[in-house]
Design a protein around this ligand. Structure first.
Ligand code: GUN
Length: 287
């Protein structure tokens, strides 16, 4: 039976450190790290994520504002709101919750967030820094996975790492972070042939597909580390990941559960990015 990688426990430890950093910054400079989260429309899942982000900020001693805009908000109005937050000295991080309504161009919005306040690390400049390995702000989910591996003492160097999924949010940056940690990285996607053959090579298997039960035990090598980034609802409406948890945990050496795994770490790394952005703001003498 696999060791369960407890995202909640790891998060609690990391959040305690983040809270200390935030407190130190406040004492030394009078600056409280501040996050603005913008939600356009009323997608129920997005609403829950946004609420959780605000709550996590409050629990860590960070300032946060949530800006809720109606679904029919124009792209121009959203860009104007972002410009307003760019000028706001209390705000060091700006996050626009995705997905956006279809009439708004996602890339135009992501490009409008200044790289130093881009706590999602979705701006092309931050994406470039990730690619080069000259890290500034790191994308939250992949950074959370790396943090989990580090705290669990799971080495990446020289390991076969297989990432399923090639999204800009998870798959691609995940592959880069594993590569910079000296893993041998393979990225699989919907057009990959003989997927199970590839995933069975993995010492570290990361699934970011978005389909309940996608990763079955036959796709996993005995003794692998399995990281489940999926956030799905099963037929009974229960939150679950991509991995068929029961059978896979019989084969894996270590595994992340859903809920209680990567999801909590994503928010934790968002808090870390917000503190990092605020520290850089103070260092740049902007107070
Ligand atoms: N929607 C799903 N995941 C994310 C994320 O990491 N950041 C933002 N902004 N939106 C998301």
């Amino acid at each position: 039976m696999a060791r369960i990688i407890d995202g909640k426990k790891i998060s609690a430890a990391v959040r305690a450190e983040i809270a200390e950093r935030a407190e130190k910054l406040k004492e030394e400079s009078g600056v409280t790290p501040g996050l603005a989260v913008i939600l356009v429309g009323d997608d129920p899942a997005s609403k829950v994520y946004v609420r959780n982000k605000g709550r996590a900020c409050a629990e860590t001693g960070l300032y946060s504002v949530t800006v809720e805009l109606p679904a029919e908000t124009t792209e121009e109005a959203l860009l104007a709101k972002i410009r307003e937050l760019c000028e706001d000295e209390k705000i060091h991080g700006i996050l626009v919750q995705l997905p956006l309504p279809p009439h708004i161009r996602e890339q135009a919005v992501l490009d409008a967030i200044p790289p130093e306040k881009d706590v999602d690390a979705f701006h092309p400049e931050n994406v470039g820094h990730v690619m080069i390995g000259d890290y500034r702000l790191l994308p939250c989910t992949p950074a959370g996975v790396m943090k989990m591996l580090e705290i669990e003492n799971i080495p990446v160097a020289g390991k076969e790492c297989v990432v399923i999924g090639r999204s800009n949010i998870v798959g691609k940056p995940m592959a880069m972070l594993l590569l910079h940690a000296n893993g041998t990285v393979t990225v699989c996607h919907s057009r990959t042939k003989n997927l199970a053959e590839v995933t069975r090579r993995a010492d570290i298997l990361v699934s970011a597909v978005g389909k309940a039960g996608f990763v079955t035990a036959d796709m996993v090598k005995e003794g692998a580390v399995v990281i489940d980034v999926g956030m799905n609802r099963n037929a009974e409406g229960k939150l679950c990941g991509d991995v068929d948890f029961g059978p896979v945990s019989e084969k894996a050496e270590a595994i992340t559960p859903v809920p209680g795994g990567v999801g909590v770490m994503t928010i934790t790394m968002l808090l870390e990015n917000t503190v990092r952005a605020a520290e850089a703001f103070v260092r740049a003498g902007r107070t």
